[in-house]
Design a protein around this ligand. Structure first.
Ligand code: SF4
Ligand code: SF4
Length: 315
């Protein structure tokens, strides 16, 4: 059994308690307008061109067996309809200007790789987080990976957007010590407009997952991305808080409001995609503080509300 992994990120402090190694799986069925990992959405390997590294030798153009590459006025152009993600161009490029996104891993080998960070986990109370993309779309692999880590005494977490079949969570959750579950917006039509999907399945799954984690005595956090022009509103935050209070009582020990960041602008450029939020600045600290107050007054235990992320520099 193999899993398609985008990236292994070490020394993460944002994906659960302590110092963590986060494995980003490839493939997601949502298409959030603000996605910070656009290279994780496709469930297939993809190639990206990093112009600043390119020396213009055009080795890649002749190496591509699908004739998917061409030298254009602004650099190497990729015909993504022709490209099958074989990786030949990335292998042949002498300056690492072409990168293949998505690597197949076997469970034991991936576990060996992340176990190299065991000392950090033990010193900090951290562990390994399966994130994405959406790891629940590779449920058999993710379940086997987390089970292997548990057998090796490593703490595990699943970070999910909730858009997967119930059976995926039935397979994975028994092997997760912590569940990080995204709630982005409650209104189904807004959810569809912002993410390309309605949220019925997500809400069904979070109720199931909360009940499962509660009975197991395990930890669950909810995370809400706070995005200008999308989710950064009193109405959205208040509605999410009401849902948590009425449906997830006793299961959720932390609700994080995660401030928008624009560091992924270049990722969209490298993939040849436009980004609707490319011109947006960071939010002001006062906005995050106000929304945190809204969250604390929404019906949840105020002690579970936190906000994080960079905000606009104040002058
Ligand atoms: S092989 Fe690499 S360095 Fe040469 S043109 Fe292609 S991307 Fe640029
Ligand atoms: S990944 Fe393969 S098919 Fe795609 S551009 Fe590179 S060489 Fe061509």
């Amino acid at each position: 059994m193999k899993g398609l992994v985008l990236e292994i990120q070490r020394m993460s402090t944002e994906d659960g308690p302590g110092i963590r190694t986060t494995v980003f799986f490839k493939g997601c069925t949502l298409a959030c307008a603000w996605c910070h990992n656009p290279e994780s959405i496709s469930p297939r390997p993809e190639v990206q061109w990093v112009g600043s590294r390119c020396i213009g030798c055009h080795t890649c153009v002749s190496a591509c067996p699908k004739k998917a590459l061409a030298a254009g006025p602004d650099g190497i152009e990729i015909d993504r309809d022709r490209c099958d993600g074989c990786g030949t161009c990335a292998h042949e490029c002498p300056s690492t200007a072409l990168e293949l996104l998505g690597t197949s891993w076997e469970v034991e080998k991936l576990a060996d790789e992340v176990e190299k960070d065991r000392a950090w986990f033990e010193q900090s109370g951290g562990g390994v987080t399966a994130s994405g993309g959406e790891p629940a779309l590779q449920a058999d692999f993710t379940a086997a990976f987390l089970e292997t880590l548990k057998k090796r005494g490593i703490s595990t977490a699943l970070d999910t957007c909730g858009q997967a079949g119930r059976e995926a969570y039935e397979k994975i959750l028994p092997h997760a010590d912590l569940l990080l579950f995204d709630l982005k917006v409650m209104d189904p039509s807004l959810h569809k407009r912002f993410t390309a999907r309605k949220n019925e399945r997500i809400l069904e799954n979070i109720r199931f997952a909360a009940d499962f984690m509660r009975r197991k005595g395990a930890i669950m956090w909810v995370r809400t991305p706070v995005i200008p022009d999308f989710t950064a509103s009193d109405t959205t935050i208040s509605a999410i808080g009401k849902f948590i209070a009425e449906n997830l009582d006793g299961a959720v020990t932390r609700w994080d409001l995660c401030a928008f960041n624009n560091l992924c602008r270049d990722k969209y450029k490298r993939l040849g995609k436009d980004w609707v939020l490319g011109g947006h600045e960071l939010l002001e600290k006062s906005v995050m503080e106000r929304l945190a107050d809204v969250a604390k007054n929404s019906g949840v235990d105020p002690g579970i509300v936190f906000w994080s992320g960079s905000t606009k520099l104040e002058t």
